[in-house]
Design a protein around this ligand. Structure first.
Ligand code: IVH
Length: 720
C-alpha cells in the first residue's frame, strides 16, 4: 500500500474516489473476517481504514455514501420507524411436532406434485433460528432498506439499525441481481446475550428474558448507536423480490447468498428422504445446547425452486416448507390462584396465576386453563403443584397436577356461574342441533358488561383490525373507565379533545407514581397532578396522529374490527370481496334476504351467516355503525388481484381424472386465479371440469344446467 495522502490535503474529487475505495475495501475485510472467518489484515490496520473513512467524511459530509462503513456505528436516531410495504409478503410456516407430521408433509408434497414413488424429491433441512426475521433490500448491490416482518405485509423501516450489524453487508460481493431482497433472522448469540445482561445489571437496568427478546429489543431501538453496541448477528435463508434468480434450488440460493457476503447456517443439509430429515432433526436436537445461539426447531424446504413455485401457498404459509418444532419445555410450580377473564364475546376464560417459574428461559407467571371442563378433567385446585408447558410463542399451558404434592385442604375448583365483572348470569349455550352444551361459559350481560365493551374496543384497534398504534389496552381501559370511550366512534372523537386526554394521562401518571411511592413506604407528594414537562402533550399528539391515519380503512379490516362472533380476518375478507362496499354490505344485511346473500359466499356457512344477521338485528350495533361511518371512510375491496382472469369469482368443480396436473395443484391454481373450487355441484356452480371417469357430478351438472369442459379446454381457458 502506498502512503495515503493526508485527509486535509484531499480535493473533493479525490475524497469521493477515496471514500468509494474505502467502502469497498472495508466491506471486503468485513467479509473475510465474518463470512470466511479469515481476516486478511490486523485489527489495527482495519481500524486505521475506518478512521480514515470517518475523517474524510467529516471533512466532506456531502460525499458520505449510502454504503459507507460508518453507518455501522450509529446514524442519528430517527423519531420513530416509518412503515415499509414488503414487495412480496413475508410469510410464516406451518408447524410439525411429531415425526408423522413430517412424513405427512412429504407425502402431501408428493401427492400435490403427482410424483411417483421412485421420483426423487430433495429437501433442505435448516435450523430454525429463534430470533426475528428481517428483509434486506439491495439495489445494484447496495443495501438500501431493511425492514421487520411486521404483519407480513407491512413492516417497520429499521435500515439505520441493521446497517450496524457486521453480518449485513452494505455492499454485496460478486454479481448480485439488480434488485435483491434477502431475508433471514437477526439473532443474538448466547455469549453476547450474557454480556448484555451483565451490563444491564451493572447499570441497574432491567434484564432481558432471553436472546430473542433482547435481539428484538435491540433492533427496535430508536438510536442506532444502541443497536450497534448490542452485537447482533444475521443468517440469510430466504428472499423476497429478486430481479433474476441466481440459482434454481434453495441450496444453491444459500450458496449464492454466501458468495454475496452473507452468513448462512453451516448446519444446513440437503436430504432426500423423510428418514434423512428426521435424522437431521435428532442430530440438531442433540447439539442444540452447544450451537451458541437459540433455535426452536428445524425447517424443511423443497429444494427445487420450480417445484416450490408450483406448490405455492395456502393463506400465509408456503406448501413447500414446514417447521419441525422441538418439544415444549416444562417446569413445576404452584398454582396460586385462578382468575376469570371476560372476553369480547363474553367468554369466561380461566387464567392460572402461578408462582413465577422459568420455563425454557422465559419467566412464566400466567397460563391458560382453557375452560371449565378442562379444569374439572385435570382436577386442578388452587394450591396444587402443577406442570406448566411452554412451546415457542404459544400461551403457556397447565399440563397436569402432581397429586402427591396437593395440600390437604385443597378444594375442587368451582367455576363461577356469574360474570365476575358485571354480575350477570354466565351460561353454557346449548347447541340446538346436537343438544350439547358449549365448552365455554359466557356472560349474558352483553352491552351492560364493561369487560365485553373494553375487550371489543381493544379488538377494534388491534393489528388485523384498525391497527391504531399507541392505543394499547391500558389506555382503552383508562378512557373507558373515565367515560371517554364507550363505542368505537368515540376513539375518533378523542382527536377533537386532546386537552381532556392529556389531563387524564397526567392524572393517571400521577396516580401511578403515588401508588409506587406508597408501596415503597414513602410520604405522598402534596402537589396536584402536574404535567410532566411536555411528555403528555407529545404522547397525545402522536396518538391523535395515529388515530387520524386510520380514518381511511379497507372494508375487510372494517368488518373484522366490528368483532362479530365467528367473523375473523379470513371471513371478513370473503365478505368484503363479495360486497365490495360498506353500503352494499349494510344494505344487504338490513334486508330480509341477509342470510341468503351471505350463504352464497363460498366459505361462509350457516353459523357465521346467523351470527352476522344477529349482529345487524341488534339496533345498538346499527347505531354504532352509523356513528362510525361519520368518522371514517371505508374503501372498496376489489376481487382478488387476478380479477383479470376469466375464472375470477367463478365457482368451479373438478371431477374425474386429471391428466396434466394433480387435483390439489389444479385447485390451488384455480384459486390463485380468483376462482372458488367446490367439491360438489349445485346451482351455485359456474363450471365443471370433467376428466375421464367422471360420474355423478357430471350428471348433477347436466341436472343444474352447468357448463362442462374437459381438462384441455380448462387449461386453454386459464392460459396454459
Ligand atoms: S423460511 C416462506 N427458514 O421462522 C418461508 N424461516 O415460523 C419463510 N425462521 O418467520 C421462512 N429460521 O422468522 C425460514 N431457516 C429458516 C428459519 C426461519 C427461523 C423463522 C422466520 C419465520 C418463522 C416462521
Amino acid at each position: 500500500m502506498t502512503a495515503a495522502k493526508p485527509v486535509d490535503k484531499l480535493t473533493s474529487v479525490e475524497a469521493d474516489k477515496e471514500l468509494a475505495r474505502l467502502a469497498r475495501e472495508i466491506a471486503e475485510h468485513d467479509r473475510h473476517y465474518h463470512a470466511e472467518d479469515a481476516p486478511k489484515i490486523s485489527d489495527a490496520d482495519y481500524d486505521a481504514l475506518r478512521r480514515r473513512n470517518e475523517a474524510i467524511e467529516e471533512r466532506f459530509p456531502l460525499l458520505v455514501r449510502p454504503d459507507s462503513p460508518s453507518h455501522r456505528v450509529g446514524a442519528k436516531p430517527s423519531e420513530k420507524f416509518a412503515k415499509v410495504v414488503h414487495a412480496k409478503p413475508m410469510l410464516s410456516l406451518d408447524n410439525a411436532f411429531a415425526d408423522e407430521d413430517v412424513a405427512d408433509f412429504a407425502a402431501r408434497v408428493r401427492r400435490f406434485l403427482g410424483l411417483k414413488e421412485d421420483d426423487e424429491l430433495a429437501f433442505t433441512a435448516e435450523p430454525k433460528i429463534d430470533g426475528l426475521s428481517a428483509s434486506l433490500r439491495y439495489e445494484n448491490g447496495v443495501f438500501v432498506q431493511g425492514a421487520t416482518r411486521g404483519d407480513g405485509t407491512e413492516g417497520e423501516d429499521i435500515t439505520a439499525n441493521l446497517r450496524t450489524l457486521k453480518d449485513i453487508p452494505l455492499r454485496l460481493s460478486g454479481k448480485p441481481p439488480a434488485v435483491l431482497e434477502v431475508r433471514g433472522e437477526v439473532y443474538m448469540t448466547h455469549a453476547n446475550f450474557a454480556a448484555l445482561n451483565k451490563r444491564q445489571e451493572k447499570d441497574g437496568k432491567p434484564l432481558y428474558a432471553n436472546p430473542r427478546n433482547s435481539a428484538a429489543g435491540s433492533v427496535r431501538q430508536l438510536d442506532p448507536a444502541i443497536t450497534a453496541s448490542r452485537a447482533l448477528n444475521f443468517f440469510a435463508y430466504a428472499w423476497g423480490e429478486v430481479g433474476k434468480l441466481p440459482a434454481a434450488s434453495q441450496w444453491d440460493m444459500l450458496q449464492a447468498f454466501k458468495a454475496y457476503g452473507f452468513q448462512i447456517n453451516k448446519e444446513t443439509r440437503r436430504c432426500k428422504t423423510t428418514d434423512e430429515l428426521l435424522k437431521f432433526y435428532r442430530g440438531i436436537e442433540s447439539k442444540r445446547a452447544t450451537l451458541g445461539y437459540d433455535i426452536d426447531g428445524v425447517v424443511y424446504k423443497v429444494d427445487d425452486l420450480t417445484l416450490q413455485e408450483r406448490l405455492g401457498f395456502v393463506s400465509r404459509s408456503p406448501r413447500w416448507a414446514i417447521a419441525h418444532k422441538f418439544a415444549a419445555e416444562q417446569a413445576e410450580t404452584i398454582l396460586e390462584g385462578i382468575d376469570i377473564q371476560v372476553g369480547r364475546t363474553g367468554k369466561l376464560a380461566p387464567v392460572a396465576r402461578l408462582k413465577p417459574v422459568t420455563v425454557g428461559g422465559v419467566v412464566v407467571s400466567n397460563a391458560t386453563l382453557h375452560n371449565e371442563d378442562e379444569i374439572a378433567r385435570k382436577d386442578v385446585r388452587i394450591g396444587d403443584t402443577v406442570v406448566v408447558q411452554r412451546a415457542g410463542d404459544v400461551i403457556p399451558q397447565i399440563v397436569r397436577v402432581i397429586p402427591e404434592k396437593r395440600p390437604k385442604n385443597a378444594k375442587p375448583y368451582k367455576f363461577p356461574d356469574r360474570c365476575p365483572v358485571c354480575g350477570s348470569h354466565a351460561v353454557r349455550e346449548v347447541d340446538e342441533k346436537t343438544g350439547k352444551a358449549d365448552v365455554d361459559r359466557r356472560c349474558t350481560g352483553g352491552l351492560i358488561c364493561s369487560a365485553q365493551a373494553v375487550e371489543r374496543l381493544k379488538y377494534f384497534v388491534s393489528r388485523d383490525a384498525f391497527d391504531i398504534e399507541g392505543l394499547g389496552g391500558t389506555y382503552i381501559e383508562l378512557f373507558h373507565e373515565k367515560g371517554l370511550l364507550k363505542e368505537p366512534a368515540d376513539i375518533f372523537a378523542l382527536t377533537r379533545k386532546p386537552d381532556v386526554v392529556s389531563q387524564l394521562l397526567s392524572e393517571h401518571r400521577a396516580a401511578l407514581s403515588e401508588a409506587r411511592r406508597e408501596k415503597e413506604g414513602k410520604e405522598p407528594v402534596k402537589k396536584k397532578a402536574r404535567k410532566d414537562d411536555d411528555k403528555e402533550d407529545k404522547v397525545v399528539e402522536n396518538l391523535v396522529a395515529s388515530i387520524d391515519r386510520r380514518r381511511e380503512i379497507s372494508l375487510d379490516r372494517f368488518i373484522n374490527a366490528l368483532g362479530i362472533r365467528h367473523v375473523g380476518e379470513t371471513t371478513a375478507k370473503l365478505i368484503a370481496r363479495n360486497f365490495h362496499t360498506l353500503d352494499a354490505f349494510v344494505d344487504a344485511m338490513e334486508s330480509d334476504h341477509a342470510v341468503a346473500d351471505l350463504d352464497v359466499i363460498e366459505g361462509v356457512g350457516e353459523t357465521v351467516a346467523e351470527a352476522i344477521k344477529d349482529f345487524f338485528d341488534e339496533p345498538h350495533n346499527r347505531t354504532v355503525l352509523k356513528h362510525l361511518a361519520k368518522e371514517v371512510t371505508v374503501t372498496e375491496v376489489k376481487a382478488p388481484a387476478s380479477s383479470g382472469s376469466p375464472v375470477a369469482g367463478k365457482t368451479v368443480v373438478f371431477t374425474g381424472t386429471l391428466e396434466k396436473m394433480t387435483r390439489p395443484e389444479a385447485k390451488a391454481r384455480a384459486e390463485s386465479l380468483g376462482a372458488k373450487v367446490a367439491s360438489s355441484v349445485s346451482k351455485k356452480t359456474d363450471l365443471v371440469v370433467a376428466g375421464p371417469g367422471a360420474g355423478s357430478k357430471l350428471a348433477d351438472a347436466q341436472k343444474f344446467g352447468v357448463d362442462v369442459i374437459d381438462e384441455d379446454a380448462w387449461l386453454k381457458l386459464i392460459g396454459g
